[in-house]
Ligand binder design. Structure first.
Ligand SMILES: N[C@@H](CCC(=O)N[C@@H](CS)C(=O)NCC(=O)O)C(=O)O
Length: 196
């Protein structure tokens, strides 16, 4: 199988961490494709032109990081908790990622077409999501479930693309969660490139 990824994409990172956690590197080969280059292999696998995309051995492709993550867990045959608390945290973590990516897209627009309205709206959403995740963290007692993983990836992405957001301030549970993941080889080896 081929996992088409970009090394700066947080959605890709989530799937790449899972491949490593489940030691599926021999079965799932990572292929880098920058989505904005319109790589023909990516477009033929995923008409949406987005990463990650998992090209399976039967020729079908899976899109959406959450679906790919479920597939990887099932393929590994490992118990990977999917209770509603975990799924709720995963959805909030994914939403935090979406807001941070959308803010980034707005920030790199040329002056004149960049919108303070949209940047402010994304930033307020990011702060609210962080507060909700900090409050909800008490429910996440398995640090390796997909909810906490998605949250850790989102926090790492904030450090990468929005470091001035200062998400650590007053959020000790999120700091502890992030630091737990940051010490794992799966997380360290999927760090986005500093110049990315
Ligand atoms: N909801 C999707 C989001 C994937 C996504 O937006 N990936 C970005 C890279 S971080 C992308 O490929 N963007 C290219 C584009 O939107 O044209 C998922 O969870 O996989």
């Amino acid at each position: 199988m081929k996992l088409i990824i970009s090394s700066t994409s947080p959605y890709s990172r989530k799937c790449r961490v899972m491949v490593r956690e489940f030691a599926l590197g021999d079965a799932i080969e990572e292929v880098e494709a920058h989505p904005f280059d319109d790589d023909p292999d990516l477009l033929s696998a995923n008409p949406l032109g987005r990463v990650p995309c998992l090209l399976m051995d039967d020729g079908q492709a899976l899109t959406e990081s959450a679906i790919i993550a479920d597939y990887i867990a099932e393929r590994a045959g490992e118990p990977w908790p999917r209770d509603w608390t975990d799924r709720r945290l995963e959805a909030l973590g994914s939403g935090l990622l979406d807001l941070t990516v959308m803010r980034r897209v707005e920030m790199v627009r040329d002056e004149g077409i960049r919108s303070d309205f949209w940047i402010g709206r994304r930033e307020r959403g990011i702060q609210r999501a962080l507060d909700e995740l900090e409050a909800g963290m008490g429910e996440a007692d398995n640090p390796h479930a997909q909810g906490p993983l998605t949250m850790a990836v989102a926090l790492g992405y904030l450090d990468f693309r929005y470091p001035e957001c200062d998400w650590r301030s007053g959020r000790p549970r999120l700091v502890a969660l992030h630091d737990t993941w940051a010490s794992r080889p799966s997380f360290r080896s999927t760090q986005p490139p500093a110049d990315g």
